[in-house]
Design a protein around this ligand. Sequence first.
Ligand code: V47
Length: 397
Amino acid sequence: MRNDPRLQEIAEKLDGGERLGLGDGRVLFETPDLWGVGELAGGVRRRMHGDRAFYNVNRHLNYSNVCVLSCKFCEFQRKPGQAGAYAYTVEQAQAEAVEAEAAGATEMHIVGGLHPKLPFRYYTDLLAGLKAVAPGLHLKAFTAVEIVHFARVSKRALRSDFAGGVRSVLQDLQAAGLDSLPGGGAEVFDDRVHREAWRGKIRSDEWLTVHRVAHELGLFTNATMLYGHLESRENRLNHLLALRDEQDVAIDSGFPARFQCLIPLPFFPDGSPLEHLPGPTGMENLRTIAVARLMLDNVEHLKAFWIMQTLPMAQVMLDFGADDIDGTVVWYDITKVQSEDARPTHQEVSVPVLERTIAEAGYTPVERDTLYREVVRDGATGKPSLRGSADRRLIPA
Ligand code: V47
């Protein structure tokens, strides 16, 4: 039952396979009928994925919190020499990978700050070192922001050929063991907010170029959208439309890879220079994920990242367009102060908790690998393998 007749018009467009435009997006954000918006997004989600909802068994490795940037939303970064600043050695990272694989993880999500001193060799050694000790782990590593930083520290000619410099860095990383790129660093694509909140970071067009080159090279990537800070809802819509356009390029050009999922990230003000802001409410989180599902019609998966959305909200979001809640995740807590001994704050849920979370919401839990292929576990050993052929992706080709 929809209370706003404008939602009926949008429903007709969706039924007719018509793409939604900026005006539709404005209606979806403005309408008081949040449940109507959720119903539309939930319908699209069910058409795409039925009653399946995905999770994975993963680990996060934040190899260093040292960063030359001072993004106002971030409380993770430390300056070189500052109390709590750290950087993993390759051996320390390897120890975590061995432990992760033994615990059944299929993915390691690896990101860090823009460290001014680490040479490019550190990153290729890190990937190669991890592959050497844990060959079964998919290495989803380095945001577009880090990739551009690596291009600078390894003196690629970015000014004369930005895409070319990025390509050679990605090729070196791929040769060392890089499997895909995470979605971080996108924030929200808007010059005003960029100036006010993350001056000095790569621009939107640069972030998109890194992902385009990755797609050309066959590296699947994710995308994020950080919302609920200094941006407007219109900024969010433009962000979603820019991602949609970029995904069109990947599909229309027949690139071997593309965006797999969007992860909307609600801003957590605590401890950041924007601490005075309230952050988004639960209703805004629900609406944003639903709008994302409706506008971003060519990206198959939408992740309600439970770490930031909370498990109870992630459950509700499965009805509002999300089809993935992310994984077991062992990582630092980006929303809390870094611990004194510079070790990540432990945050984890077990597979039974994730499966119960999904099942209680009325969906069928499906363990996936990073590329959204279904994982089956050996009943005796728990070892993961793929259901069907490795080429059989859950998303349509
Ligand atoms: O880019 C930083 C965001 C991102 C805050 O690819 C904050 O599967 C909220 O990208 N409040 C990193 N958000 C996390 C990320 C991610 C997470 C899960 C899965 C994947 C994936 C990617 O976290 C940053 C930034 O946008 N962030 N500080 C904060 N205070």
